[in-house]
Design a binder for this molecule. Structure first.
Ligand code: HEC
Length: 129
């Protein structure tokens, strides 16, 4: 379990440093909110605050429906967005059923999907140069 949390926290750090912005302030605003939300989710997961976790994962899902989130029109981006939305839903389901095993796993999967989309964006950028 300790190893899991070290991994999860390292992933969070990776998300915050590897995402440098070029898409404009509206998307930045959504991403900042998303980061805040992900931090609150981490707090709720480690303290088993189920009601908070449910509320925060709902908030996270709402953020993915923000029109500023869908600024990039590439199909691959849409695919990453869909993967991300699926991870958010899995986390919410785990919170609703108070599942102590599925919840941290769903959290890790969610964080991974942040990183995967950011890595995809970085690859795109290198390919375009
Ligand atoms: C579907 C793709 C996608 C997913 C999933 C995603 N992001 Fe992002 N993120 C972006 C894009 C696009 C940007 C804009 C920066 C860029 O162009 O590289 C960004 C930028 C950011 C930034 C930098 C914003 C700034 O103010 O500079 C942060 C922080 C961030 N994301 C956090 C997260 C977190 C936390 C998650 C997961 C909970 C996440 N993102 C999931 C696409 C995504």
């Amino acid at each position: 379990m300790a190893r899991f949390w070290i991994g999860a926290i390292a992933l969070m750090a990776l998300v915050s440093v590897s995402a440098t912005s070029t898409q404009g302030p509206a998307l930045d605003r959504v991403m900042r909110k998303k980061l805040e939300c992900a931090q609150k989710i981490l707090e709720a997961v480690v303290t088993s605050r189920w009601a908070d976790l449910e509320a925060q994962s709902k908030e996270m899902e709402a953020l993915t429906n923000d029109p500023d989130w869908a600024v990039l029109k590439m199909p691959e981006y849409a695919r990453h967005s869909a993967d991300f939305r699926r991870s958010v839903r899995a986390l919410r389901d785990a919170a609703v059923t108070r599942d102590l095993d599925a919840t941290p796993q769903a959290y890790a999967a969610l964080t991974l999907s942040c990183v995967q989309c950011h890595r995809y964006l970085a690859r795109e950028r290198i390919a375009r140069q």
